[in-house]
Design a protein around this ligand. Structure first.
Ligand code: 5GP
Length: 197
């Protein structure tokens, strides 16, 4: 998606060898008009898939997913992050699906949860997230969909860091991933290059 790639070239900031900061338009301040173009592009790529739920993960995915959902005309569910702990008590475990995610940016492992009342058999689910790096976030979300007995249609990713292993690994497992910008390399001085440049 050329508009997005131009914006990353202009406003993205490379930190070290593998972190791209896009706080001025995606992750902190949000350019909602750009989000609308992103949402339309996801809709174009997943046209005809009869998606009835979008699932994302807090916090950065929520804004993107909400704007995209206006084009899919469906609700958004965001998986909530909780501290990993032994979930005590039948009441809690019987009401939510849980899976584990290792955070790319913090290295910690945490649980993500979704209430069972919002996801179940018969749902056709699109995952949406801001970044794809090692794939842990997407894998955790995919596990929730599987546990719910719902159908996983695919994943819409705004920025895939294609030099990291998540995309290849999850595509090899059969997950359809549509990434709107695929970063091939990053350098603090020279900036980013894209896989399809
Ligand atoms: P993964 O689970 O695929 O390793 O990482 C994906 C998650 O980590 C995303 O939800 C995103 O919040 C965060 N993340 C991964 N790489 C980056 C990055 O380069 N920049 C930013 N801002 N977030 C990232």
């Amino acid at each position: 998606m050329e508009l997005l790639k131009e914006r990353i070239r202009k406003d993205g900031k490379v930190k070290g060898t593998d972190v791209l900061k896009v706080d001025s338009f995606l992750n902190h301040q949000m350019d909602v008009e750009l989000f609308a173009e992103i949402g339309k592009e996801f809709k174009r790529r997943f046209a005809g898939c009869e998606i009835n739920k979008i699932l994302t993960i807090e916090a950065s995915g929520i804004g993107i997913a909400c704007v995209a959902a206006q084009y899919f005309h469906c609700p958004v569910i965001f998986a909530k992050k909780t501290q990993t702990k032994n979930i005590a008590g039948e009441v809690y475990t019987s009401k939510v699906y849980t899976s584990k995610v290792e955070s790319f940016t913090h290295g910690r492992v945490y649980d993500i949860i979704v209430a069972k009342e919002f996801l179940g058999p018969g749902d056709k689910v699109l995952l949406i997230d801001d970044f794809l790096a090692n794939g842990a976030a997407l894998e955790g979300l995919a596990q929730l969909v599987k546990d719910a007995g719902a159908e996983l249609v695919g994943a819409g990713i705004v920025i895939e860091k294609a030099f990291q292993p998540g995309g290849d690994r999850l595509r090899a497992k059969g997950l359809r991933i549509e990434a709107l910008a695929r970063v091939q390399s990053m350098n603090e001085e020279t900036g980013v290059t894209f896989a399809d440049d």
